[in-house]
Design a protein around this ligand. Sequence first.
Ligand code: S6P
Length: 590
Amino acid sequence: MSAKKKYPKDATTPITELRNELTIDIDVGTATDIARTLRQCDAQIFLGWKDFPSVLDENTIEAMDKVAEKAKEILRDSSGDKAIVISGCGTSGRLAYFLAHKFSQLAEAQQISACYDYLIAGGDIALFTSQEAPEDDWKRGEEDLIHLSRSKKQVLFIGITCGLSAPYVAGQLDHCMRHRDTFIPVLLGFNPVHQARKNPIEQWDKSFFDVANALEDYGKGIILNPVVGPEAITGSSRMKGGSATKILLESILLKAHASISQPRSVLNRLTEILLMYENMYRRTYLSCSSIACAIELAAKSLKSNGHVFYIGWGLKGFMGLLDASECVPTFSANFDDVRGFIEEGYSTLNNREGELMLTESKKLCISLEDFQSNFLPELTLHDTVVFILPDNKVVQEVTQLIHLIKEKGTQLIGIIFQKESELSNLFKSCIHVEGNHSSGCINEEGPSTPILLTDFLNQCLQEISIKWILNAISTGAHVLKGKVIRGLMIDVKVSNNKLFHRAISIVSTFARVDQKCALHAVLKAIYRRDSIDDVLNLQISEHVARGTVMDQVVPVAVLIATDKFSIASAMEVLRTSTVSHILKSLGLVE
Ligand code: S6P
C-alpha cells in the first residue's frame, strides 16, 4: 500500500487558494454528483483537512473560548463606551454586518446594553453588490475603524479574512495593535499564519503576513484560524470560509450572551453548539436529491438567459442576498442573473446607510415589494424563483404569490423547515430540512427559562442550512453552465489584487505556462492588445481598475497563453465557442 502523501507544513500556496482534490471533476458530473461532492467538501469544516486543526478541534475551541470571554466582558458593561466591532470584505464583510445586526437585536431582547457594529470594505453598497477593489485599501480600513470607534474606550475588534489576505483588515489590525489600551484584536481566517499573504500592499511598508506575525507575538490579540480545506471552487471563500465564519462567530457570541443570562444553559458549551451545526450540516445534505433538482432547474434558467431569484421573509432572507451578490465576481455573472429579495427590504435589514442607489437615478431594489412590482410582471418560463419559506404566519400571502408566479410558467423551488407544510405541494422542487427544532437545542433549564436564546440558535441553524443550499444551487448552476473547469473559476472577474493573482494562476494552469507568461497573457487580455511593454511597470491597482470593467479577461488570456491565438482571434473564437470546448479540442483539458 502506498503511504498517504503528507502535505508539507511549510507549503507556501495558501490552503484557501489550493484546488480541492474532491472537486477536481466537479464540472464533468451531473447535478446529483455536484450536490454530493459539495456535501463531502463541506464535511471538511467539521472533520478537518489533512492534519490541521478543524473547527471541531480542541485548539480551536480553546481560542474560541478566549474570544467569548472577551465578548462577555464587553457585554457585561453597561457604560456604553465599549463595543464589539466585526469587519471584513466581500462575503466576510456581509457576514460582519449580519452578525452585528442579529446580535444587537438579541442583546436588546435580553436587555443587555451591548454595542455591536460592523465595517465592510466599500460601505453598505458592498452588502448587496460586488465591490472588490476597496478590499485592497489598508488606509481606508484604518480610517473606517477610527471613525467607528471614536467614542469608545474599549473595542473587541474581530477582523475576518478567510485567506488571511485582505489589506483593508490588515490596516485595522495594525491600528488595533498600535492602540493597545483601546483595542483587543481578533483575526479570523482559515490558513496557518505562515501562509498569510506576503505580497506587498500598495502604499504601505507592511504585508498581511507582517501584520499577522506581529499579532501572533502581540500578546493581547487572538488568532482564530482553523483549516477547513480548499474551497470546492478554488478560492471561492464565500463557500466554506463564509459558512465557517458564521458558525464560529455565532457559537462564540451565543456563548457570551448565554453566560450572562443563562449560565447553566447548554449554550455555555461551545462543543455542544458546534455539534448542533454539524448535525444541521448532515440534515441539510440529507436532501441531496432535491438540492440536485434545484441545481438543474437553476442551471436551465441560466443557460437560457433566464434568472434565478431568491425570495425570503425575515432576516434569514439575507442569505439570498448574500449568495446572489457573489455570483458576479466568481462567475462573471450579470448582476440580474441571480438576485435576492427580502420582505420589507431595507427596513428588515436596518443597515447603516439605509436605502441604497445602484446608479444616480436607480434605486438598488432588494425588497419583496420591489420584486412584486418590477420583476414579477417580467417573469418567464426561463426563470426560477427560490422561496426561502417563513413560518406559517404568512401562508396566505405566500400562497398568493406562488400562484401569481406559477401563472408565468416560472420554475418554483421551496426551502422548508417545518415538518409538515401545506405549501410543499405547490413547488416543482421542495427542499425539506427537518428536525433542527429538536436537534439537541433544548431548553434544559425548564419552563421558567426564557427560550430566547434557543430560538435564536434555531434561527442560526436554519440560516446556515439555507446558506449551504443556496451556495449549492448557484455554484452548481454555474458549473453546469460551464463557468468552472476542473474546480477553477474560468471567468473570474479581475477586480482586486487577490483576483489578479488568482487569474494569473488559472491561466498558468490551463495553458501550462509559467507565471511570467501567464502574467503577460492576463495583461494582454486586460488591455486588449498584443503589445503590453508600456504597462508592465504599472501598479497592480491600475491593471485591476481596467480589468474590473472588461469581460472575459481570463478566457481570453488562457487562449493567448497557449500561443495559438492573438487577442483578435481569441475574442473571435470565444464568440461562438466556450473556453472549455476550445481547451478540450487543444488537448489541454481532458
Ligand atoms: C469569495 C468572495 C470575495 C471574498 C472577499 C474577502 O468567494 O468572492 O468577495 O469574500 O474577497 O475575502 P477574505 O479572504 O478577505 O475573506
